[in-house]
Design a protein around this ligand. Sequence first.
Ligand code: NDP
Length: 261
Amino acid sequence: MAEVNRVVVVTGASHGIGSAIALRFGAPGTGLVLTYRQRRAGAEAVAAQLRDAGAESLVLAVDVRSRADVERMVEATLARFGRIDVLVNNAGIYPRAPLLELSEALWDEVLGTNLKGSFLCAQAVARAMIAGGVRGKIVNISSIEGVLTATGMLAYDVSKAGVLMLTRNLALELGPYGINVNCVAPGLIDAPDLSRNAPVLHQTYLQQAVFGLGSGADVADACLFLASDAARWITGQTLFVDGGMLVAPYYGSPEPPRRSG
Ligand code: NDP
């Protein structure tokens, strides 16, 4: 068994924000569990970068909708590293489907991945933390769409609103075991194809959010804080990491007021 001083599980670490989170936690002496659903090569590339940073990785195929997969994830982590200190529930999907075209299958897929998946992972990891006497940290990834509507995003928005309440209830029930549970709710994160795939969203965000678009690293830094001892007295909270989108003015220019004189 590898000797590491901190073990961090990041779901959906093969791409996007999950990769950035895993890399941010990758200090020497850390054991990272990187899960993916389809993009094994992406997770392996993150593992290679982590190796260069002095961290060890375990790459696992996990469908977070499956209790059997999630339990295998916990067993494999304990077999390799012996403990779990941190879980980041990041895996998620955001397909667009207007209400009148939203199929039951897609509803189930989105809620199953984003909400049930976070529940299954939190429950299985919390059991391992408690059995091991670990006063661990769980960080759930929601979205500003947990509190804002977006056309065609009913299933997603409901799933991410659910993650906010999941966080509060987990915090309540896991507090007695010394486990902190918090949530990071990102705003729009820049991606290479974003302006082409979602030009209106891209432009609107740039115009309205105080600091424009974010990066995976912006989300990762918030996760690192909430998983650190600096956040020891914080639980059940949601940190909106959105470049100021939620303070965008209802009307008027988002430009700062001009100085006179
Ligand atoms: P990506 O599509 O880039 O990556 C999603 C990750 O989740 C991949 O690693 C994917 O695995 C994994 N995944 C998808 N479905 C499953 C599943 N059923 N079981 C296990 N893993 C799965 O997403 P983002 O990086 O953009 O988003 C990450 C999180 O951040 C999500 O929860 C999302 O809702 C949230 N978020 C994103 C924002 C953004 O602007 N991008 C804004 C606000 C919140 P694989 O690729 O291997 O199949």
